[in-house]
Design a protein around this ligand. Structure first.
Ligand code: P1T
Length: 537
């Protein structure tokens, strides 16, 4: 075909009418939509190609692309449904009622979307683990945000559920739609998502693999599919650290922090019906996040972390299906929520989910970070005042003051930048406890793991400083060595002759240099990336 692209000299516009055309059938059902809420649901079912083939799967696999919903997730469906139902019952009154909801973010975005369109004040209560991208989306939609400690057990007053419940009693005209107990949660999937899947596959589905959070998605879909296609095996996907898959073997140590957002809980929501779930598969962060990246790169699905968890589980479960059978994999949310998290290679490297790349062009990349070149930080304790912290900061040449708990463990850091942001953007005053101003999500390296300067440089790509500690075999608490910035690293590589003579670290040993968090440790993000727009309770 002659499209003129090769002929750069022509200044005439193309003759569009005469060019070969590709015309797709138009959806003639609805020419115009009433508002954005009308476009929730009716998501496409798309064949998965490369990954099933590479994994030796015989059956057909189809992705239910919930990440294409207008708010970016499957939870738009239940948010809208709960609002519609509460309006029908006269519980929600536009312009008067205040919607309050505890959420891992996506239900919050769905409710904020409905609130923006319909005119509700909306307060979202969100654990600190959840991404800044979710927070900024919520703020852009006009909702208010309250952050709660990730580690607070769900039945504690400090958890997002506890805080939302308290606020719903305190704030006039507040309505807690309560996705964990509201039948409209599974009902939205029973009436909507499941019908769509069954329609797409002519009521012939052999397996459906679905992530488990409130379990409204899996329970609602499973009930409808089992009515119409009883042979279908329903597979629930639950991360290690959650108790949904094995509640009877509940052990306190089983409840742990994990990175993937939206799936897993430390309690059984009423919206879970275990009877309709035939098998459970547990997933770990590394496998889930790597699979998400494969879904993006190999299939072109711009999806989030729980989609990776579900796909990873599906590649295990679907091995039992034969050629010609059909497996549906539900992909809950989209890439937007995670742009500064697992979409960043440096973020993956910092958590040992990905090896640190080699850069053989730079003489210093594989040189070790030595203790004597790390600028020392001043340490203070958590019970110090803000004034003490500021004085310590002034005295120090480092931009961070390290803050220790009463056992001498590193609790976090105090920085001028973060403190200003908190004072300026969050209701708070300098008379408050230091803890409120401490940045707990930090990137750090442990000299015991022989970090290379390359590893430190990768962290400095996404953090303004890296805290350096050293674990001594004889001591239970790692020693605080100091903190290193880009400035320090540049000075080091431009001037230090002794560094040139130091033996390089073998490239293989580099993965694992970054000691900050490990797979089950606390999340680490620099304060520049931290959520400063919400109120932390
Ligand atoms: O809640 P459930 O229907 O089981 O969906 C699980 C799920 C999976 N993946 C992501 C990215 C999610 O956000 C969720 C559930 N999300 C919430 C419970 C919430 O409040 O956003």
């Amino acid at each position: 075909m002659q499209n003129g692209a090769s002929n750069g000299s022509s200044s005439e516009f193309f003759n569009l009418k005469e060019l070969p055309h590709i015309i797709r059938a138009l959806d003639k059902n609805q020419k115009v939509h009433e508002n954005i809420l009308n476009v929730i649901g009716n998501t496409p079912l798309v064949k998965l190609n490369k990954i099933p083939q590479q994994e030796g799967i015989q059956c057909q696999m189809y992705a239910k692309c919930e990440f294409l919903n207008p708010g970016g997730s499957v939870k738009d469906r239940i948010a809208f449904r709960m609002v519609q139902d509460a309006e029908r019952q006269g519980i929600l009154i536009p312009g008067k009622s205040v919607i309050i909801e505890p959420t891992s973010g996506n239900t919050g975005i769905g409710l904020a979307l409905a609130s923006a369109v319909k005119g509700y004040r909306c307060i979202i209560v969100l654990p600190e683990k959840m991404s800044d991208e979710k927070v900024n989306t919520l703020l852009a939609l006009g909702s208010e945000i309250i952050r709660t400690p990730t580690e607070a057990p769900s039945d504690s007053p400090e958890s997002n559920l506890g805080v939302a419940l308290r606020l719903s009693k305190e704030i006039p005209n507040a309505v807690l739609l309560d996705q964990y107990n509201n039948p409209c949660n599974p009902l939205a999937h029973y009436d909507g998502t499941a019908e769509e899947i069954l329609w797409s596959l002519d009521d012939d589905v052999d397996m459906a693999v679905i992530g488990a959070g409130t379990c409204g998605t899996i329970s609602g879909i499973a009930h409808k599919i089992k009515e119409r296609c009883p042979k279908c095996i329903i597979v629930g996907v639950d991360p290690y650290g959650s108790i949904l898959a094995e509640p009877d073997e509940l052990n306190e140590s089983d409840v742990q922090m994990y990175e993937v957002e939206g799936i897993g809980y430390d309690f059984l929501p009423r919206t879970l019906d275990r009877k309709v779930i035939d098998m459970w598969i547990k997933t770990d962060d590394g496998s889930a996040l790597q699979m998400s990246r494969r879904l993006i790169k190999e299939e072109g699905f711009l999806c989030g972390g729980s989609s990776g968890a579900v796909m990873y589980a599906a590649t295990k479960a679907a091995k039992q299906l034969k050629a010609g059978q059909k497996c549906v994999v539900l992909m809950p949310d989209n890439i937007r929520n995670y742009m500064t998290k697992f979409i960043s290679d440096q973020w993956l490297e910092a958590r040992d989910f990905k090896p640190i790349p080699n850069n053989n062009e730079l003489w210093w990349w594989n040189k070790p970070l030595l203790e004597n070149v790390v600028p020392a930080t001043v340490s203070i304790t958590l019970n110090s005042s803000i004034t003490d912290a500021l004085t310590a900061l002034r005295k120090s040449s480092s931009p961070v003051v390290t803050v220790l708990d009463n056992k001498g463990n590193l609790s976090g850091v105090f920085t001028a930048d973060n403190t200003r942001k908190r004072l300026a953007n969050i209701s708070g005053s300098s008379a408050e406890a230091l803890e409120k101003f401490v940045v707990k999500k930090i990137y750090k390296v442990d000299l015991a793991n022989n970090p290379s300067l390359g590893a430190v440089s990768r962290l400095l790509d996404i953090a303004p400083y890296v805290v350096v500690v050293k674990t001594e075999p004889s001591q239970s608490v790692p020693k605080i060595v100091g903190a290193i910035t880009s400035d320090d690293l540049l000075m080091l590589v431009s001037s230090d002759q002794s560094l040139k003579n130091a033996n390089p670290i073998c490239a293989k040993a580099q993965n694992g240099n970054v000691a900050s968090t490990g797979k089950n440790g606390s999340i680490s993000t620099p304060d520049s990336l931290q959520t400063n727009s919400g109120i932390t309770v």
